[in-house]
Design a protein around this ligand. Structure first.
Ligand code: HEC
Length: 123
């Protein structure tokens, strides 16, 4: 039996959509060890675990009013100002604010590949 060529792409797209929906936010990056090193240079004590916490707080607290902007949607050093503006709306504590900033800024630096380049040059 010949497969119906027209139905195949749709099946494939359906599977991808189902997968993305099942995994929640597949497109939001998870932090890496390199992100943790980047973040620790700016905020001593930041670890991979703190960045994962920052990511979780971001997903839980920043998604109520709008879609979650991707980390790479802003340059790394814009995030602090943006999160400061949003922290009151999201009722973030100082600690949580710092974690969210560290997650977003370090992921942005890696994904936009701008700040990492700066850091590498200054080492
Ligand atoms: C109570 C609702 C609410 C919550 C919670 C919230 N935001 Fe927003 N956010 C808004 C609104 C409204 C805008 C539209 C621009 C504005 O009014 O400043 C916005 C805009 C943004 C923008 C676009 C850039 C800008 O400055 O306009 C970013 C990025 C953003 N929010 C990030 C966040 C982050 C990060 C958090 C969690 C710390 C968060 N938001 C939580 C309401 C919210």
């Amino acid at each position: 039996m010949r497969p119906n060529p027209a139905s195949q792409p749709r099946t494939w797209i359906g599977a991808v959509v189902a997968l993305v929906m099942a995994s929640g936010c597949a497109a939001l990056a998870h932090p890496t060890e390199a992100d943790a090193r980047w973040a620790a240079k700016r905020t001593p004590g930041m670890t991979l675990a703190s960045l994962e916490r920052g990511r979780r707080i971001y997903v839980e607290r920043c998604s109520g009013c709008h879609h979650l902007p991707l980390p790479e949607s802003q340059p790394a050093d814009h995030w602090e100002k943006v999160v400061d503006k949003m922290a009151a709306r999201a009722h973030l504590s100082e600690d949580h604010r710092d974690l969210v900033v560290a997650f977003l800024a370090s992921a942005s630096a890696r994904l936009r590949d701008d700040e990492h380049a700066t850091t590498a040059r200054s080492e």
